[in-house]
Design a binder for this molecule. Structure first.
Ligand SMILES: Nc1ncnc2c1ncn2[C@@H]1O[C@H](COP(=O)(O)OP(=O)(O)OP(=O)(O)O)[C@@H](O)[C@H]1O
Length: 267
């Protein structure tokens, strides 16, 4: 594995029972990049993210994160910050905002497992970053969807991981809240953190914040800079699932680029 890539999918396929949901994913995610993953409902975005975390076992192929297969590196799990979809989180659990964010420190707590001064500092800093420090004592279940989303992002930040995976963080939020999440992504990018953010909602995705867009529909339809990838043809292919003969992929990611697909997408 080259040091320049945080994630490497090598002909990775995933099945749930007999049903194939990811097919021959071959992809390199460069260190420090800010990736937007788009595709319709059921196109495999969450499955891809869960595979990176190590929650899904490949049917074929392999994924490496920081050079290791995620299922084999549980001790390194804290290196991956994962913010699942809001709907999959149990918000009724009686726990404060502060305690939720402290959970992000679990992988880093010292031998006695009590939070140290530095853990409290990181939690406060993470809450400050998402502008939630003022309401740190409130029960998580009493917050709005947008506030809860920020808290779960703060929990991931408290892990101090170099890789952050956000599954539909902006879906269902109002435009200013969506905007603030995208601005936060930009700050994280400036800090050298690699981020992968999914959405099925094209309107909820502000493409300007992303260096590369991955169009996914069971397989990689396209991967590259927004200006190359966000063409009517590629979006139609991604969201309709109709056959598309070529893949456009990013040269920097050292995947094959087929000349004919470039002329096709740039025309
Ligand atoms: N645990 C599971 N067992 C069986 N099938 C599953 C499971 N999880 C997801 N699927 C199926 O796999 C396919 C891909 O689902 P996935 O959640 O990865 O899509 P998605 O692109 O994230 O969708 P959405 O935009 O709705 O979140 C869907 O058809 C879904 O029904």
């Amino acid at each position: 594995m080259s040091d320049s890539f945080v994630i490497e999918f090598d002909h990775f396929s995933l099945k749930y029972g007999d049903r194939q949901v990811l097919k021959d994913i071959h992809l390199r995610i460069p260190k420090g990049s800010c990736i937007g993953i788009i595709g319709p409902n059921g196109s495999g975005k969450t499955s891809l993210i869960r595979s990176i975390v190590g929650l899904n076992k490949p049917y074929q192929g392999i994924v490496r994160v920081f050079g290791e297969q995620p299922r084999r590196s549980w001790r390194r799990r804290h290196q991956i910050g994962y913010v699942p979809q809001l709907k999959s989180i149990n918000k009724e659990f009686p726990i404060s905002v502060y305690e939720v964010v402290m959970l992000g420190r679990v992988g880093r707590l010292g031998p006695l497992h009590f939070p140290r001064k530095e853990d409290h500092q990181v939690v406060q800093e993470s809450l400050k970053r998402v502008k939630m420090l003022d309401i740190a004592d409130r029960p998580i279940g009493q917050l709005s969807g947008g506030q809860q989303q920020r808290v779960f992002i703060a929990r991931a930040l408290a892990q101090e991981s170099k890789l952050l995976l956000l599954d539909e963080p902006a879906t269902g939020l109002d435009i200013p809240t969506q905007q603030s999440i995208y601005e936060l992504l930009e700050q994280l990018h400036e800090d050298g953190i690699t981020t992968l953010t999914t959405t099925h909602d094209l309107l909820a995705l502000d493409f300007h914040h992303f260096g590369r867009i991955l169009c996914l529909n069971e397989q990689v339809i396209a991967f590259g800079p927004p200006e190359k990838v966000l063409t009517p043809a590629i979006l139609t292919q991604t969201f309709s699932g109709l056959p598309w003969p070529h893949h456009l992929v990013d040269e920097d990611s050292r995947l094959s680029i087929k000349e004919d697909s470039i002329s096709c997408t740039c025309s």
